[in-house]
Design a protein around this ligand. Structure first.
Ligand code: HEM
Ligand SMILES: *[C@@H]1O[C@H](CO)[C@@H](O)[C@H](O)[C@H]1NC(C)=O
Ligand SMILES: *[C@@H]1O[C@H](CO)[C@@H](O)[C@H](O)[C@H]1NC(C)=O
Ligand SMILES: *[C@@H]1O[C@H](CO)[C@@H](O)[C@H](O)[C@H]1NC(C)=O
Ligand SMILES: *[C@@H]1O[C@H](CO)[C@@H](O)[C@H](O)[C@H]1NC(C)=O
Ligand SMILES: *[C@@H]1O[C@H](CO)[C@@H](O)[C@H](O)[C@H]1NC(C)=O
Ligand SMILES: *[C@@H]1O[C@H](CO)[C@@H](O)[C@H](O)[C@H]1NC(C)=O
Length: 336
């Protein structure tokens, strides 16, 4: 039994009912905090279990670490990190999976199911789907060579989805002002925007998100002037004008599956893959430009900021304590 009190171990689902309510009442705290020891008593092997399932999935799909990292982002930006992106259509749910930014793009759902199944086996009804996404993102980054951090846990799962909000996720065609607004709306600043965009150091992108830059940027019938000519030629070979819109390319052609700071060097060489990547540096007067320079110059600085920003993103509007539920199946609300 963990000692009661305000020590770092006094956090977990058991205490949620008693201690947390008392503390909340006494101190008038609005929302409970997440903590990294949340499952230490109730599911001590949670990290090992997630890691095992992810490594297994990676044997069949080298892209999976990137895909899972993105799922956490698309979860957190839509009514907070509540696992809403995982819900399928049902009588009460209009699934976010079919929103424009997710449809035929967000992936990794069966691996989340496999993680959930393994956790239900080991500690039934304990680990939320929202926390699974946070842990999976952290382990994915780590296994790809990126930074390690202690991931705050204790999120509960929501019982609703919002496809309207999912349709409003940051778009690769948004200008920098709009990206800053969308990040600002969830409490994330320019450093978070630049650091988190660094997740485009791994994973893939479909031609449909780059062809406008190659042939008809902003309706000019010209390429994006901020795109390096050599890189444009390289992408044009892979994404011909009337080619397969779903064909895949590496987001970071230098080290496609490694989590490193090459993303920023690419941008400095005008080889950002998405318009939204290049804008961080190339928008005239961009406040984000010096941050790109700092991360290009120091992988250590990037890793430190990335870890902090992932924690910031993972804290967006979380449900805690007795809010929401712990879903039994990540695809459906309990009793739904
Ligand atoms: C700044 C705003 C962002 C925009 C506009 C954006 C847009 C995109 C787009 C268009 C793709 C390609 C999807 C496809 O071709 O199907 C993509 C992939 C990806 N994004 Fe982002 N993204 C942003 C921020 C982030 C953040 C904050 C993260 C995570 C921290 C992230 C992680 C990823 C990863 C890992 C991939 C590759 C996924 C895979 O291979 O399955 N992105 N993003
Ligand atoms: C889920 O519902 C949405 C919105 O009603 C619809 O566009 C989509 O096709 C449905 N998907 C499935 C698999 O039923
Ligand atoms: C999602 O993609 C499918 C093709 O796989 C398409 O038929 C469907 O119309 C798309 N749904 C929405 C809501 O755009
Ligand atoms: C869904 O998201 C939209 C856009 O963020 C918001 O205006 C709307 O109030 C949300 N709907 C619900 C039911 O929360
Ligand atoms: C950015 O995009 C928004 C929305 O499309 C637009 O209203 C705004 O004028 C654009 N800002 C700049 C600086 O281009
Ligand atoms: C270029 O884009 C503009 C605006 O999006 C569009 O009206 C035009 O038809 C496109 N040109 C070609 C050749 O596809
Ligand atoms: C387009 O590319 C996707 C992704 O590589 C592939 O699955 C699909 O079969 C291709 N479609 C055609 C018509 O070649």
């Amino acid at each position: 039994m963990a000692p009661l009190g305000v020590s770092s171990t006094s956090c977990g689902p058991r205490l949620a009912a008693v201690l947390l309510l008392a503390v909340t009442a006494v101190l008038g705290l609005g929302a409970a905090q997440l903590c990294d020891e949340y499952y230490d008593q109730t599911c001590p092997d949670v990290h090992r279990i997630v890691r095992r399932v992810l490594k297994k999935a990676h044997e069949a799909d080298v892209r999976i670490y990137a895909s899972l990292t993105r799922l956490h982002f698309h979860d957190c930006f839509v009514q907070g990190c509540d696992g809403s992106i995982l819900l399928d259509n049902s009588s009460s749910i209009v699934s976010e999976k079919f929103a424009r930014p997710n449809n035929n793009s967000a992936r990794g759902y069966p691996v989340v199911d496999a993680v959930k199944a393994a956790l239900e086996e080991a500690c039934p009804g304990v680990v939320s789907c929202a926390d699974i996404l946070a842990i999976a993102a952290k382990i994915s980054v780590e296994l790809s060579g990126g930074p390690r951090w202690r991931v705050p846990l204790g999120r509960r799962d929501g019982t609703t989805a919002n496809i309207t909000a999912a349709n409003n996720l940051p778009s690769p065609f948004d200008n920098l002002t709009t990206l800053q607004q969308k990040f600002g709306a969830v409490g994330l600043d320019d450093t978070d925007l630049v650091a988190l965009s660094g997740a485009h150091t791994f994973g893939r992108v479909q031609c449909q998100f780059v062809t406008a830059r190659l042939y008809n940027f902003s309706g000019t019938n010209r390429p994006d002037p901020t795109l390096d000519r050599g890189y444009r030629a390289f992408l044009a070979l892979r994404c011909p004008r009337d080619g397969n819109a779903s064909a895949l390319n590496d987001l970071d052609p230098t080290t496609p599956d490694t989590f490193d700071n090459n993303y920023y060097a690419n941008i400095e060489a005008r080889r950002g893959t998405l318009q939204s990547d290049q804008e961080l540096l190339s928008t005239p007067g961009a406040a984000t430009a010096p941050i790109v320079g700092r991360f290009a110059g120091s992988q250590k600085a990037f890793f430190k900021s990335f870890a902090r920003s992932m924690i910031n993103m993972g804290n967006i509007q979380v449900l805690t304590g007795t809010q929401g539920e712990i879903r039994k199946n990540c695809r459906v609300v309990n009793g739904g």
